[in-house]
Design a binder for this molecule. Structure first.
Ligand SMILES: *Cc1c(COP(=O)(O)O)cnc(C)c1O
Length: 377
């Protein structure tokens, strides 16, 4: 640190210079995040100094957290579900599996996850000393229930299903996993970090949330499709005793038994989540999700017109395009200022249609993609 501080103008100049290096979201198809809804920004600013780690000092913020949790519980098919707001999908997954592990009376357990699970589960294996067993996927990239069953044994502390996989946007057969979990008497955690704010608004009769008996906990990320500010995550449990398993004792705080993984945590996230959900309501979110799905169909059918097939028909607002050399195509598109990502198995270009995506950019992108592919051929 320098001896003598800079003036506010000098600091601001430094910040703006760096901010200009950051990308704006409009040409980004690789991210599951999006600019927060304007009302989330206002809420965030209003609550930026609050600390939910010490909720007795900020009872208003704590009430917003409780209400945001209640709204998400309703959204996930079980208004009585309990939980808290985390820093995101990674923390929620860690805590869900930690609760499951703590319900077992041994520490050398394992969990069975789909091969398509988010990389946070590899961290979980390391942190909680659990063996991570990866079940095979079927041709549609959903987990094979038979493969899950083969990997279960008496040391399995949890099953995991994914409602909206990070790479392909696929939804596992959660109802069948639920039956398996009940048969074996093991918890089933559903990772809906991305899908949590998509699937409830798609229509159709998806069975993936607490309405499936056997589902014990769900991860949902407001800072992805929930358009809240970062960091905004959610974790919900069907049974209060599972949340209790996360409690620690804190003698000097205004809450005796905090459940979050982090200590100090911002009430701004709670305010932002509460604000967006209250403001948009079911109708508003349906509109947002419909828009993203319409763009996904436009992207997929436009790709077909230039001879590229999607790996799966878009289930959610994730479009993956099968190709030989997605890395090369990604690099060429980068030269045209598009940010896309790739998948490895099967090899594909991965595109996410977020609230910031526009039909105009989808069409411009498809034009550039066609050009890039023609030049490579
Ligand atoms: C994004 C994502 C996560 C991780 O969430 P973070 O908020 O980035 O920690 C976990 N699971 C799935 C399915 C995801 O898409």
């Amino acid at each position: 640190m320098r001896d003598r501080g800079l003036s506010e103008e000098e600091v601001m100049r430094g910040l703006l210079k760096m901010r200009a290096k950051d990308l704006s979201y409009d040409r980004i198809f690789s991210s599951m995040c999006t600019p927060p809804h304007p009302i989330a920004l206002k809420a965030h600013q209003l609550f930026q100094e609050t600390n939910l780690g010490d909720p007795g000092l900020f009872p208003g913020s704590a009430e917003l957290e409780a209400e945001a949790v209640r709204m998400m519980a309703e959204l996930l098919g079980h208004p009585e579900a309990c939980g808290y707001l985390s820093t995101g999908g990674t923390e929620s997954n860690i805590q869900a599996i930690r609760a499951a592990r703590n319900s077992a009376d041994f520490r050398d357990g394992n969990i069975v996850v789909p091969r398509s699970a988010h990389f946070s589960f590899d961290k979980i294996g390391d942190l909680l000393s659990l063996e991570i067993r990866k079940a095979d996927l079927d041709g549609d990239l959903k987990v094979e229930v038979g493969s899950v069953e083969e990997l279960i044994d008496e040391k399995t502390v949890s099953l995991v299903g994914i409602a909206g996989t990070t790479e392909f946007g696929q939804v596992d057969p959660i109802d069948r996993l639920g039956r398996l979990a009940l048969d074996w008497g093991i918890p089933l955690h559903v990772d809906a970090a991305f899908g949590g704010f998509v699937l409830p608004f798609l229509g159709g009769d998806w069975r993936w949330d607490f309405s499936v008996e056997g589902v014990t906990s769900i991860t949902i990320d407001p800072h992805k499709m929930g358009m809240a500010t970062i960091p905004g995550g959610g974790l919900l449990f069907r049974h209060p005793e599972d949340l209790e398993r996360l409690a620690a004792y804190a003698p000097y705080l205004t809450v005796a038994r905090p459940k979050a993984l982090t200590g100090t945590r911002s009430g701004a996230a709670a305010a932002a989540i509460w604000a967006v959900m209250s403001h948009l309501g079911m109708e508003g979110f349906k509109e947002v999700v419909n828009g993203c799905m319409a763009l996904s169909r436009r992207m997929a059918s436009g790709a077909k017109e230039i001879g590229i097939e999607p790996v799966i028909e878009p289930v959610m607002n994730v479009v993956t395009l099968r190709m030989e050399d997605p890395e090369g195509v990604r690099a060429a598109l980068l030269g045209r200022r598009w940010r896309v990502s790739t998948t490895r198995s099967p090899k594909a270009l991965r595109l996410i249609m977020m609230p910031h995506s526009t039909a105009e950019n989808v069409d411009l992108f498809l034009g550039d993609l066609e050009d890039v592919l023609r030049k490579k051929a």
